[in-house]
Ligand binder design. Sequence first.
Ligand code: DQA
Length: 147
Amino acid sequence: MRFLIINGPNLNLLGLREPDIYGRRTYEDLLEEIRKECAQVGVEGDTFQSNHEGDIVDRIQTAYGVYDGIVINPAAYTHTSVAILDALKAVVLPAVEVHLSDVASRESFRQVSYAGMACVKTFAGEGFAGYGKAIRYLKSYCEGDRT
Ligand code: DQA
């Protein structure tokens, strides 16, 4: 089983950006955590990070026929990007949304998630652990578990 794990804008600055919200661990630390989780669960995981909406759309499009599912933290594009929503819908791959912070308890402009509308599940407010949960959930989902 092969998953694509996508991270959106400013997540490359983890560790530096708003540590009170996102913690002090870096994007490299996150990649290491994702690698470990994929190895433990027994899936192949490719990671991709971009600060550019169109590049994220392109990467989702090229996932078609290559990956079994997508884990995505679209970061700020969560709340603005119909293009990412449409790309996720177009490739009809199961997708799981992740947010490090608890977006539900933050500003009003973070209360809508366009990408989330094309996702089978969301994990938010669990920090790096949310990615692990998303990978495990996606694996079960791809194996036919719909709970
Ligand atoms: C985020 C939440 C978004 O609202 C924000 O714009 C981010 C990160 C998170 O992981 O908590 O960049 O997706």
